[in-house]
Design a binder for this molecule. Structure first.
Ligand code: B12
Length: 243
């Protein structure tokens, strides 16, 4: 059947209009998250918890938990960290930002309580430092996807961590560090883990490993993960390969 010229023009224009609307919607969503991160930074610095939670409620209608954590909460905190380094914000503002972010993360990623046989025991820990937010997100993401996760807590010494790993015969250990000295201490932990629990595979993550991609190998870790979501993929791959 031969299509009339007016039909053809009408269909083409409709398709173009739909494509234009889709691309605008996509662009709009990206813009929203970037804007949301900037708004959130303002609420953090003003210690305005109600506005931060009102923003969170609006975001949950259109974005996934991962998007909210990775594209809104993390950039807001990172920017505050940068400004703190330049002396533009106080440590108490960084502290309160961390507190509000923790409460938001708890609300965003609620563990489903569903736990399946994961194919190996998994533990998460923060070595030496007190930056426990990344580790909490990590634990939530892993347990939400059906893994049984042991949370060893934060500010652990190398000896404490290695003893726990040996005691529990952990198959996969996720170590989070945000301070460079702590990230370097993973090297000592690796030496002891290889002696006392040789089957344990260690995955590291946190800012120092993102800044220096060679650091993971330098400290002897088996793998490095940039985000909690990425860590899940690494873990699943290792379990599949029986590594
Ligand atoms: C909030 C914050 C705090 C809060 C922590 C609150 C808490 N409950 O966690 C408080 C106020 C307590 C704090 C204290 C300090 N902080 Co602070 N802090 C931050 C800040 C602004 C954000 C960190 C954060 O929570 N990010 C959000 C989380 C979700 O991100 P994340 O941890 O990176 O985790 C994600 C990924 O990295 C990954 N991931 C994390 N771990 C792992 C592990 C594995 C296995 C995998 C696969 C993935 C993974 O997954 C997560 C989600 O996707 C950073 C700035 C920054 N750029 O990171 C500074 C920062 C980390 N702090 C810094 C410093 C110096 C300090 C203090 C020494 C300040 C002081 N003078 O007292 C103290 C030290 C405390 C201690 N001994 O640990 C420096 C560290 C510098 C360095 N390279 O060593 C930073 C980088 C600020 C800066 N720009 O200088 N801090």
């Amino acid at each position: 059947m031969v299509e009339s010229l007016s039909d053809f023009v009408y269909k083409t224009l409709t398709t173009l209009r739909i494509n234009f609307m889709i691309s605008r919607m996509k662009g709009h969503k990206t813009l929203d998250l970037t804007e949301a991160a900037m708004d959130l930074e303002g609420y953090f610095l003003a210690v305005d918890k109600p506005s931060a939670f009102a923003l969170l409620d609006r975001l949950t209608d259109t974005s996934t938990g991962t998007e909210i954590v990775d594209d809104v909460i993390m950039p807001a905190l990172e920017s505050i960290g940068d400004r703190w380094e330049k002396g533009q914000v106080s440590l108490s503002q960084v502290y309160m930002s961390g507190k509000i972010a923790e409460a938001m993360v708890d609300k965003v990623i609620l563990s489903t309580g569903h736990q399946a046989d994961s194919g190996g025991s998994v533990a998460v820990a923060v070595l030496e430092d007190h930056h426990n937010l990344g580790k909490r997100i990590l634990a939530s993401v892993l347990s939400t996807s059906g893994m049984q996760v042991m949370d060893y807590g934060h500010a652990l010494s190398v000896d404490e961590l290695v003893s726990m790993v040996e005691r529990d015969g952990v198959d996969y250990l996720m170590i989070s560090t945000l301070m460079l000295p702590a990230a370097l201490r993973v090297k000592d932990a690796m030496i002891q883990i290889k002696e006392r629990s040789p089957h344990t595979k260690v995955i590291v993550g946190g800012a120092p490993y993102i800044f220096d991609p060679a650091l993971g190998e330098e400290v002897g870790a088996h793998a490095v993960g940039r985000t909690a979501t990425e860590s899940l993929n690494i873990l699943k791959r290792m379990m599949r390969e029986g590594a």
